[in-house]
Design a protein around this ligand. Structure first.
Ligand code: ADP
Length: 479
């Protein structure tokens, strides 16, 4: 079976968040159970500028009609680095290969430029993979990811079945209704489109939900949560209408990339039998970040997009108390400029008071992320909502104990008191209580080691989840 992944990110080529990790790693696991996958993403300008080797093989040139205009398109073919999975990049100067990757730092605000970019991408990929004789991959199923590809199921309806995965329902892609005409769709001929257009806009993610053969989301708990008004982002009734076709499948992580035994970014490498070496990674992290080298103090860490979704605002407001409990704190992230600013100010204030136990790194830095996962003790993910979350699973793989809010995929992957700590309601006191519980455990070396061992023994590989996706592709094909 041939499955085409259509997405906005694919690690390691382009990654802003967990979506990139999933698109870059699930196809590898599917390949091992004989599902032939290929991935298609836009040829963003930063890729063209910095990764020329991706663009040495031009597969085809064509024109794609968008509105009244025919746009020139080039399709390049390569592979996901270090794999055999084909990766196709669609290049077009007007919509795809100008500017940056996303237009907004939080990836949560969708400008018209962004809407046009992904509407065009969806139209182009449907044409390339279904109509172009020069294309060498013919999908039996198209697996679409998030709002960016929300219109693909409609564009390919009756030709090829689709699976639409919701990675984050909060980011929906709202467009003025004229996008339908640009896509060659007649609103008056589609009940779903004309209903969606009643409020004078079209919702990309809703189109995906309503038109896909099957819908999945990235954890079983989030699949249940989005059927409720609190987590449904205004679409809970729409999702309820398609509940029989909605599945929650927990994301996996690429255990060859996230592997403390072989990770080239960390020194020394370690495994369950050489846990003392994790302590050396901690000292190395403290040295690299110019933190006081106090092996007994727990390092609390955050590696995250900086958004209120992730509870970053709560961490900022509690920073004094966290440090007051005798911890060090490391935050690595980029995102919402106002949160970045607050973090910058907070770090400076603490330094002024002579408190040098917190480091804020406002950058995207893959290498440093690996060093933080390996060298810290407790990993904080106090999200307001969390479709799946990968960072808590990565942390566990490195023996770093997650402290999470019991929500979405965090609830599905962290067992409080066994592999981590959790709290239920989003508020300061429940978070601090959970932190105090964690610190109490930390003070008992043997108890802590047991937790670390449990966490590292968890299997977060893709193997089981890949089988579930394969079953859904088969169901879609059998319709
Ligand atoms: P989301 O997709 O909501 O951003 P996830 O937990 O699913 O969150 O995935 C986040 C991914 O992005 C992880 O692989 C994490 O290590 C990575 N990441 C986030 N911020 C940074 C950063 N500033 N530098 C390096 N990696 C980051």
């Amino acid at each position: 079976m041939n499955v085409l992944f259509a997405a906005s990110e694919c690690a390691p080529v382009v990654k802003v968040g967990g979506l990139g990790d999933v698109v870059g790693s699930l196809p590898i696991a599917l390949d091992q159970i004989d599902i032939n996958c290929a991935v298609v993403i836009p040829a963003y300008k930063p890729l063209i500028d910095s990764q020329a080797t991706l663009f040495t093989n031009r597969l085809l040139h064509t024109e794609v009609k968008f509105g009244e205009k025919a746009e020139p398109v080039n399709v390049f073919k390569t592979v996901i680095p270090k794999t055999k999975i084909p990766l196709y990049l669609i290049q077009n100067d007007t919509y795809l290969s100008n500017g940056g990757i996303y237009f907004d730092a939080t990836a949560f605000v969708t400008s018209q430029g962004e809407i046009d970019r992904f509407a065009f991408f969806s139209k182009a990929l449907a044409q390339v993979f279904l109509d172009e004789p020069g294309c060498d991959f013919k999908p039996d199923v198209i697996h679409c990811h998030d709002w960016h590809t929300g219109f693909v199921p409609k564009l390919v309806a009756d030709i090829v079945p689709t699976v639409f995965t919701i990675h984050n329902l909060a980011n929906q892609g709202f467009s003025s209704v004229d996008v339908a005409q640009k896509l060659g769709l007649d609103i008056n001929k589609s009940k779903i489109l004309s209903w969606d257009a009643l409020d004078s806009n079209l919702d990309f993610i809703m189109q995906g939900i309503l038109n896909a053969t099957f819908i999945t989301t990235v954890s079983p708990t989030y699949a249940r949560e989005i059927l409720t008004p609190i987590f449904g982002e205004g679409l809970h009734e729409v999702l309820e209408a398609r509940e029989g076709r909605l599945y929650g499948i927990l994301n996996g992580i690429d255990c060859s990339v996230w592997n403390p035994e072989k990770d080239p970014y960390i020194k020394p490498n370690f495994n369950l039998k050489s846990l003392d070496k994790k302590q050396e990674c901690k000292v190395a992290l403290q040295t690299a970040l110019d933190l006081p080298s106090t092996p007994k103090k727990p390092i609390l860490a955050v590696v995250s997009r900086l958004t209120t979704q992730k509870g970053i605002d709560m961490i900022i407001s509690l920073m004094d108390e966290i440090l007051g409990l005798g911890c060090q704190l490391v935050v690595l992230g980029t995102g919402d400029p106002s949160l970045e600013n607050k973090l910058r100010i907070k770090e400076a204030e603490l330094a002024k008071e002579g408190l040098f136990e917190a480091r804020v790194l406002l950058e995207y830095n893959e290498e440093l992320a690996h060093k933080i996962y390996a060298g810290s003790d407790i990993f904080l993910v106090p999200s307001r909502f969390e479709p799946c979350g990968l960072t808590q699973m990565i942390a566990m793989r490195y023996g770093t104990i997650p402290l999470v809010r019991q929500v979405g995929g965090l609830a599905d992957s962290v067992v409080s008191g066994k592999t981590g700590f959790s709290f239920v309601n989003f508020n300061d006191s429940e978070f601090l209580d959970a932190l105090k519980r964690a610190l109490n455990y930390y003070s008992y070396k043997d108890e802590w080691r047991k937790l670390v061992t449990n966490a590292m023994e968890q299997d977060f590989s893709w193997a089981e989840s890949a089988k579930k996706y394969a079953d859904i592709y088969q169901l879609a094909l059998d319709e």
